[in-house]
Design a protein around this ligand. Structure first.
Ligand code: KG4
Ligand code: ZN
Length: 337
């Protein structure tokens, strides 16, 4: 059985083909990072226009890479929630039209379920496990008990972790996306905790990153590196300050993740593994910290390769594949949310 997965929830146009026994056959992607860089974040209207241009060629590329044609495909899985409405509409309408015209089974997939199961593309992950998903739009902890079976344990009350990296980078006049830039700077400072920013409440499974952003802003003001009235970063040439902020921020976020995971493990002692997924899981320092933490707890740790951490079609095709095996399909009334 062959499932085509389509992902257009934000600024990536992605498609992939998954075979129920042979696994992933192709994974094609068009990233809009260059398009939005100039604005310091994703511009929804530009994102959906670009999705519209790229969706057909990306689906064709995924089929060609897999040496298949649309005729061979059994199911079309598509992200229909959550995401930017315009972007979601492009993928969902495209998938519905193809499914109707070519008589394929349609499967609506939740983008977050895609991330939660993204570590299965390359690994056999045991149940039950805890999944920490951290991206530009979401930061959540799940207890995962089976394919399609997962419970939200806690999520961010305000900004997502990746969003915090992006906003703090912007504060210091650094380019978008902030995560990779912050990581590079922190490397230079050898991941030392210079400024020890607040970690929040360790005995809650909810996250909050907006307070961290404000704490850093006030710290920069105190150091005369930021002028609040003109919203200007005054220390553009102070490389040492930038690397110290980046380094302290990264250590702080890794500590927060570790505290939350420790609390979750104390509540769910049956857990056999931790998975770390989403765009922030591209971060080598945080991943290494969480791996070491899991080792100390005597449980396994899994995180996907970079291509499956950031938004991708493979995770949508993977979820579509197990939903098809479970007989869970959508009809043409499938709508975006
Ligand atoms: O999963 P993703 O590609 O898109 C969303 O669904 O949001 O995640 C993008 C986020 C951005 O906020 C970006 O700054 C962050 O992931 N990110 C990183 C790194 N690479 C990307 N954060 C920390 N360290 C990185 N190396
Ligand atoms: Zn995502």
């Amino acid at each position: 059985m062959l499932t085509l997965g389509i992902e257009t929830s934000c600024d990536e146009t992605a498609a992939a083909v998954y075979h129920n026994t042979d696994g992933l056959l192709s994974n094609a992607l068009y990233s809009q990072i260059e398009l939005h860089k100039h604005f310091g974040g994703v511009v929804p209207e530009l994102a959906s226009r670009s999705q519209l241009e790229k969706i057909a060629p990306i689906v064709e590329t995924a089929l060609t890479q897999a040496r298949l044609t649309l005729k061979d495909i059994d199911n079309i899985a598509v992200t229909h929630t959550p995401g930017l409405p315009g972007s979601l509409l492009v993928g969902t309408c495209f998938a519905k039209t193809l499914a109707w015209a070519k008589q394929k089974k349609l499967i609506g997939v939740n983008h977050l379920e895609g991330h939660v199961f993204s570590s299965f593309i390359e690994n056999k992950v045991p149940f039950d496990h805890i999944c920490l998903t951290a991206s530009g739009g979401h930061t959540s902890l799940y207890l995962v008990t089976g394919y399609g079976s997962y419970t939200l344990l806690g999520e961010t009350l305000d900004d997502a972790a990746g969003e915090a990296f992006d906003k703090i980078a912007k504060l210091m006049h650094l380019p978008y996306p902030g995560g990779p830039v912050i990581e590079k700077l922190a490397q230079e400072a050898h991941f030392q905790d210079y400024y020890h920013y607040p970690r929040g409440k360790p005995h809650s499974l909810a996250f909050s990153f907006s307070g961290l952003k404000t704490a850093i802003l006030y710290d920069l003001i105190k150091r005369k590196a930021y002028d609040l009235s003109t919203k200007t970063f005054l220390a553009r040439n102070d490389h040492e300050l930038q690397i110290k902020v980046a380094s302290s921020l990264l250590v702080c976020v890794a500590d927060i993740f570790e505290h939350k995971l420790a609390h979750a493990l104390s509540l769910y002692p049956q857990v056999k593994a931790i998975t770390f997924v989403g765009g922030v899981a591209c971060n080598t320092y945080i991943t290494q910290r969480l791996k070491t933490f899991a080792q100390k707890q005597n449980i396994s740790f899994f995180h996907p390769s970079r291509a499956y951490c950031t938004d991708n079609g493979a995770m949508i095709a993977f979820v579509g594949n197990y939903k098809a095996q479970q007989g869970i399909f959508s009809d043409l009334l499938l709508d975006i949310r």
